[in-house]
Design a binder for this molecule. Structure first.
Ligand SMILES: [Zn+2]
Ligand SMILES: [Zn+2]
Length: 644
């Protein structure tokens, strides 16, 4: 793994041992036990002393609290027994006793399709050894039930299972479903759990007591005693890619881990990543397709609203088209709910001075500050910097000259309030969610129908289903398409497909309306015809022609530091390690699209080759003879997902 990600071995080791406290000395506690018989004095005991004696005898080694659960006594009685050398007390590391995990398994009713996929996967478990399978199923097709079935199987056979989920904090519904099926909460592992829970989980996993672990990508590095199955749900999700510290792709590491441990891995998604599709095409992964929604629910209809159409010429500062507005009225009149989706936090992404044209930027990063009305400030989404709103432009001194440009979710909420004063609306974005409770409070409000219109960012795109939600309106489908990201189309397609899946998951059919300026774009066409395969094929062909992943390999180099000239010269010096060749292409170095973050200047370079070329080896060689100016840091990103 260190070899693949080009990381120092120590860094990888740190991932495995990330819970330092487990290795620190534990708190100790006093334990009581009987003195060995030959040393024990033979004296008559009072009835109370006898009772304590019996309790300690039965308990083996027990704490004072545990004795007190059986016998009430004053401290002096215990002291007498100690003084008379009948019992003894020793200090031992204290380990919180955990209740045993008891998994009950209530069998679900699976459709014929689900059943046959589950059986195939269970077969892989039976056969033993490494295998990689993909459950490719539309939203609502019951992928989770299918892999639950496989989990149940592994559990019965005594093995451990790890399930990776993106952003586990935000998956209360998943945990609920799990508990319903297995009668027990799984062990949850992510960065927000307390130190105490962390230690307990770590030990329970190492001792094989905890059998099902669900967590973020770091759950991969826990010390499993008997790991028999890995599941990666929403395998296409970009959050599997760790971008800080040790840069790695959680999904790919999971496959590697399964390979090394010689166990099966199951990837699940409604919109598998092109990397995964290509691995299926090459026969490396087995693909199982679930075409239909489970139960009576049908797939939502998807329609495009062209913002180019003359009747939709955008009225000043309005973002909901007339067509969508009418649909909102009709839907809410039927007592059904609406989700308006816009993946942009805050009120407005850009604030301009009307007089001098200057944007308000972060003093530490080369990006615009985003206006957040609920916090009454402007925030940097890259470094967390915030400042209160000044009435005066700092560049030209004009008063009250600022204009907000473009919408964020808060601005859409404002529009809903103005245009539909009688409707109850709710904004859900990560700014509004606290880490502990996650979304549960919001989800309850929606389920109890205290809300008519939900305005949400991508945290609303995932896994939740609401029986009365029948209309999804995508405010700006083009948002993700711009920029130099090679996966822009793929990601837009995946996200919008996922958002669409929120509509009509129960008895009521759903309808999705997508507002776009590019209705003829392949992504929009694929969404509206729900012909996913055609889109995937086209994308793969394009990538293949351009030798981009999954057909080509990429390694990105990011140089950063406070001294602009040193960063630039380091990047340029590094480039010289890669003479022109027809085996690979070295692009750059160039100033990164976001040139400054947290005051540090950034340069980027990109190394590309076809997929069979040993790119890592070459980089390793280059690194041997390259020394970095101490003021500059370089990070190496194998298979980069971010190009900023
Ligand atoms: Zn100005
Ligand atoms: Zn910043």
């Amino acid at each position: 793994m260190a070899h693949y990600t080009l990381n120092v071995e120590g860094n990888i080791l740190k991932l495995f041992m990330s819970i330092s406290s487990v290795f620190e000395s534990h708190k100790t506690k006093g334990y009581y036990m009987l003195k060995p018989l030959e040393n024990r004095k033979n004296i008559r005991l009072t009835p109370l002393q006898q009772k304590i004696f019996d309790t300690v005898k039965n308990g083996g080694e027990i704490t004072r609290d545990q004795i007190e659960e059986n016998v009430r006594f004053s401290p002096s009685v215990l002291k007498t027994l100690l003084d008379k050398e009948i019992i003894e007390r020793i200090e031992k590391p204290f380990r919180e006793e955990s209740a045993p995990y008891v998994y009950h398994y209530s069998a679900p009713v699976l459709s014929k399709d689900q059943h046959s996929v589950a059986m195939s996967l269970i077969n892989h478990v039976h056969e033993g050894g490494y295998s990689a399978s993909v459950i490719d199923g539309v939203t609502g097709s019951g992928k989770t039930e299918v892999y639950f079935e496989v989990i149940a199987h592994v559990l019965k056979a005594g093995g451990q299972v790890v399930v990776l989920l993106p952003e586990i904090v935000l998956s209360p519904q998943w945990l609920e479903r799990f508990e319903q099926r297995f009668g027990e909460k799984p062990v949850v592992w992510h960065s927000d759990i307390s130190e105490r829970m962390r230690r307990k989980a770590w030990l329970d996993i190492a001792e094989g007591k905890a059998r099902i672990i669900v967590g973020a990508r770091s759950a991969l590095f826990l010390p499993y005693l008997n790991l028999k199955l890995i599941i990666v749900d929403e395998e296409h999700d970009a959050s599997y890619k760790q971008e800080e510290g040790v840069i790695y792709q959680g999904r790919d590491m999971a496959v590697l881990r399964a390979h090394l441990a010689k166990i099966p891995i199951v990837l699940a998604s409604a919109t598998p990543s092109l990397e995964t599709v290509e691995n299926c095409n090459r026969g490396r992964y087995k693909r199982y397709v679930l075409k239909n929604r489970h139960g009576i629910a049908v797939m939502p209809k998807v329609s495009l609203i062209s913002l180019k159409a003359p009747q939709e010429k955008r009225k000043k500062q309005l973002w909901i088209s007339d067509q969508l507005a009418e649909l909102i009225s009709k839907t809410t009149e039927r007592q059904e709910q609406v989700l308006l989706y816009l993946n942009r936090r805050g009120y407005a992404p850009v604030t301009l001075c009307r007089d001098c044209g200057k944007k308000i930027e972060c003093p530490r990063c080369s990006v615009s500050l985003v206006e957040h009305r609920i916090h009454e400030d402007l925030r940097c989404h890259h470094c967390g910097y915030s400042q209160s709103f000044h009435a005066q432009c700092l560049s030209c001194g004009a008063e009250d000259s600022f204009v907000s440009c473009g919408p964020g979710v808060e601005r859409i909420a404002e529009e809903v309030k103005t245009r539909f004063p009688s409707l109850r609306s709710l904004v859900i974005a990560s700014d509004h969610v606290n880490a502990k409770q996650g979304l549960s409070g919001f989800l309850d409000q929606i389920n109890q129908h205290h809300v008519d219109v939900i305005i949400g960012t991508q945290i609303m795109a995932k896994g939740h289903h609401f029986p009365s939600l029948t209309l999804v309106g995508v405010i700006d489908a083009d948002l993700g398409l711009s920029g130099a990201d090679l996966r822009a189309s793929e990601r837009t397609f995946q996200t919008l497909q996922q958002v669409s899946g929120r509509a009509g998951r129960a008895e009521k059919p759903g309808h999705v309306y997508i507002q776009t300026y590019f209705p003829e774009h392949p992504v929009m066409q694929a969404l509206s015809t729900t012909d996913k395969d055609q889109f995937v094929e086209q994308e793969l062909m394009m990538r293949s022609q351009a030798q981009l992943p999954p057909y080509g390999r990429m390694i990105a180099f990011i140089f950063k530091g406070l001294k602009e000239s040193s960063v630039e010269s380091a990047a340029k010096r590094f480039a010289r390690c890669f003479p022109v060749s027809d085996q690979y292409r070295f692009l750059g170095p160039i100033q990164a699209p976001i040139y400054r973050i947290r005051g540090q200047f950034r340069w980027r370079a990109l190394l590309m080759s076809n997929r069979d070329f040993p790119l890592q080896k070459m980089v390793q060689k280059a690194l041997e003879s390259f020394t970095l100016d101490p003021s500059v840091r370089m990070s190496i990103d194998v298979d980069p997902y971010s190009f900023l």
